[in-house]
Design a protein around this ligand. Structure first.
Ligand code: SAM
Length: 288
């Protein structure tokens, strides 16, 4: 089997199939074995695992995933890559390639069909502009994944793991940390891709929590409060809530909610912990 991390092999395949890289599909293929191994190790793949890979490309990561012995289902949007994958991976028994768009596919049906409702691990190296929507889809639809390991733009990874009172901390940090425990697996230089992207990347693993870190009576309310609190970063919490989720309320009542939650109305959203946001969300429901 040819190692797909060899730039020479990748060039040969591209030429043989007259393949043209699509910028809009974020087609930057990995050509570094070390990074491929780090991703698969970060995801903790064992032969007992069921794995959903998104965007196999020419099969570089897939090759390592199937070698580790897990059962792999890989969803690829680009039809032009299907004959290439057939050659590079030779379709062993533990691999299924599905042609489709991960943003549109019926994920419930897919995981029931292939994984029989059992938990699975997600591994993906995707176009950066769709990575966050995909992650949020997996989290919000409560699909039974145990770990989601993805290559993302460095700045986005830093926002996902950020703690209060840092400039990276925001609504994305809180959404990710509500559903998962994120950990940075490694930093990735742009030189490990063909063609080379303009940005630096990181691999991040999101380990799903068994239960959320805070108890809220209404999860939607929690996220509405969070989104409002970060709407204008330089405004106080009071001003952001009064012009956001609580815009129908008198200002005095907004102050009352914050005081009941023991949060100073003059603070900024970026200083609040997830526990404080949960207190505010619960008090809004009580004072409504
Ligand atoms: N996994 C390969 C690697 O690491 O070398 C390829 C990674 S490349 C950055 C992204 C891959 O995702 C491409 O093969 C692209 O065609 C595919 N892709 C892009 N959008 C997709 C979508 N919505 N659904 C499924 N695959 C998608």
């Amino acid at each position: 089997m040819n190692l797909l991390t060899s730039p020479r092999v990748v060039k040969e395949i591209i030429e043989k199939y007259n393949f043209r890289f699509s910028k809009s599909l974020g087609q930057n293929f990995l050509i570094d074995r070390n990074i491929v191994e780090k991703i698969v190790e970060g995801a903790g793949i064992t032969p007992e695992d069921r794995v959903l890979e998104i965007g196999p490309g020419i099969g570089t990561l897939t090759q390592e995933l199937i070698a580790r012995g897990g059962q792999v289902v890989a969803v690829e949007i680009d039809r032009n890559l299907l004959p290439i994958l057939e050659e590079t991976l030779a379709y062993p028994a533990n691999l299924t390639i599905v042609h489709g768009d991960i943003l549109k596919i019926d994920l419930d049906k897919l995981v029931n069909e292939f994984f029989k409702g059992q938990d699975f691990k997600v591994v993906a190296n995707l176009p950066y502009y769709i990575t966050t929507p995909i992650i949020m889809r997996f989290l919000e639809e409560e699909l039974p994944f145990s770990t989601l390991t993805v290559m993302i733009q460095k700045e986005v990874a830093q926002r996902m793991v950020a703690q209060p009172a840092t400039k990276e901390y925001g609504a994305l940090s809180l959404a990710i940390q509500y559903y998962t425990k994120p950990r940075i697996v490694c930093s990735v230089s742009s030189s490990v891709f063909m063609p080379k992207p303009k940005v630096d990347s990181m691999v991040i693993a999101l380990d799903r929590r068994d239960s959320p870190p805070v108890q809220v009576e209404d999860r939607d309310m929690l996220f509405q409060v969070i989104r409002s609190a970060f709407a204008k970063r330089r405004k106080t919490l009071l001003n952001n809530l009064a012009s956001g989720v609580l815009k129908e309320w008198d200002r005095d009542r907004v102050v009352e909610v914050l005081e009941a939650a023991q949060v100073d109305p003059q603070r900024r959203g970026e200083t609040l912990s997830i526990g404080e946001f949960a207190n505010i969300a619960n008090n809004i429901l009580h004072l409504q």
